[in-house]
Design a protein around this ligand. Structure first.
Ligand code: AMP
Length: 451
């Protein structure tokens, strides 16, 4: 049976001009989170959105809030402009990316009937890791929309570069990461400077207790929306593949895949800053153009290597989760989990880097056959995503031991373990307990026996 087509943006209350601007940046039809959030935000309600990267969460707040901004033009004829819309982001990259999306939308609007008003909207990114004076200059004369990281925003406030007294709408984007990164104090200080009478939107990929508490503190009778789990994998067109390999053979396997599969631009995820340098180094020495991307690098360096990947001058970028957070790499064809992510949510964040804006993407995971728990960890991720990814092996890179044994049991070997499978910690503990019990049973006999 045919399912109903999704509603159009205009059916959700967006103006035809805004819907046109969305279409111009490649957003023809709303995603589920956008369909759920738009009417509530346009009506002026507070919003609690459980929506990770990849669900279209940025547009879910930008589209309706920009429309509200345009619908209620600033009547104040005199300068400076009053800051009416404030978005707080956990990272510089996310803030810059959101600013870029807002500028694209206003650019699209400026070409349409809303022309002059949209063109006049002033957008400023106020982010750490960059010189403060250009941002102070940019804020001279005020701004309509500011996208900020909390620490820099406080710095700018202490320099009296802007005022929060007229903010009509506040967005806390990726609230779980804002708190993870220790911004709770900064957020509280900023809240004290914001008008109580405002619309607040809180978006988060997860809802740990701290986020629930923050939501309780900042939101007033919010409408709650949630990206359906199936939407996460379904929105971007992502194919997943998983390769079984021994841990020491992962980088050589990556090299092999780059050449056999013809990958031209790959974002590789690793668990630590050290691994990011180490793997990039190994690839470079093997003749693959590769760079590391991690939080200890200067913002300038990070921007440079990202630019190189975008321009196609770099084949591989080896990144940590934090550094790659919020990156929009248009048309990125391949993401590789060299190290598995810590959680299913991180996995979604990672694979959401590819297959963006309707493009086809490939997400590859290396499962270490020799790392205890790696297979089970990946199975948990699969379970959370309600899908199963076939395990593949590449000739010449077959693992010495297969972790698949529990899924397709092999005949028991005489030692009690499963043939072809290394003994797990649990197996060893169980064996030790059995040996101790046997010894205990034998002990009295030994004691009573001849000396
Ligand atoms: P986000 O969850 O905001 O990080 O967005 C994930 C990706 O989806 C971005 O590359 C957006 O450009 C894209 N996107 C957002 N909304 C839509 C839409 N309605 N249709 C297609 N792509 C979209």
């Amino acid at each position: 049976m045919a399912t109903d087509p999704p509603p159009s943006f205009t059916a959700l209350g967006l103006s035809p001009a805004m819907a046109q601007a969305a279409a111009a940046v490649g957003w023809a039809l709303p995603t589920a989170i956008q369909a759920a959030a738009l009417p509530a935000v346009l009506d002026g309600h507070d919003l609690l959105a459980l929506a990770p990267t990849g669900s279209g969460k940025t547009a879910a707040f930008l589209l309706p809030l920009l429309q509200r901004l345009l619908d209620t033009p600033d009547q104040q004829a005199e300068r400076p402009r009053r800051l009416r819309l404030l978005v707080l982001s956990p990272t510089r990259e996310l803030a810059l990316q959101t600013a870029a999306a807002a500028r694209s939308l206003c650019g699209g609007l400026a070409d349409g009937p809303a022309g002059a008003a949209a063109a006049a909207i002033k957008i400023v990114a106020a982010v750490g890791g960059a010189a403060i004076s250009p941002q102070m200059m940019a804020l001279r004369g005020g701004a309509d929309l500011v996208l900020a990281t909390p620490g820099r925003l406080l710095d700018l406030l202490s320099h009296r570069a802007l005022s929060l007294a007229d903010v009509g709408a506040l967005v806390l984007d990726e609230a779980d990461r804002l708190l993870d990164q220790g911004f709770a104090d900064e957020i509280n200080r900023l809240l004290a400077l914001l008008p109580a009478d405002r619309q607040t939107l809180l978006l988060s990929a997860t809802l740990p207790e701290a986020v629930v508490a923050l939501a309780g503190q900042v939101l007033h009778q919010p409408v709650r929306v949630e990206a359906p789990a199936s939407d996460l994998a379904a929105l971007p067109d992502i194919t997943q593949r998983a390769f079984l390999v021994d841990s020491a053979r992962r980088t050589p396997l990556l090299r092999q895949l780059i050449s056999s599969e013809g990958w031209t631009r790959v974002l590789v995820f690793v668990a630590t800053q050290y691994a990011s340098e180490h793997v990039a180094d190994k690839l470079q020495r093997a003749g693959v153009t590769a760079e590391a991307l991690h939080g200890r690098q200067s913002p300038g360096r990070r921007a440079r290597v990202l630019g190189e990947l975008k321009a196609g001058r770099l084949t591989v970028l080896v990144a940590t989760d934090l550094a790659a957070r919020g990156l929009d790499l248009p048309g990125l064809p391949v993401v590789v989990n060299h190290d598995l992510p810590r959680s299913a949510v991180d996995h979604l964040h990672r694979i959401g880097r590819t297959g963006r804006a309707g493009a086809q993407g490939l997400a590859v995971s290396f499962i270490c056959a020799d790392a205890p728990g790696n297979e089970a960890h990946f199975q948990l991720i699969e379970k959370r995503q309600q899908q199963r990814v076939a395990r593949e092996q590449v000739a010449g890179f077959e693992p010495a031991a297969s972790p698949l044994a529990p899924l397709s049991p092999l005949p028991a070997d005489p030692t009690g373990g499963i043939k072809g499978k290394r003994k797990s910690k649990k197996d060893k503990l169980r064996e030790a307990a059995a040996a101790a019990a046997a010894e205990a049973r034998a002990a009295p006999r030994r004691r009573s026996g001849p000396r």
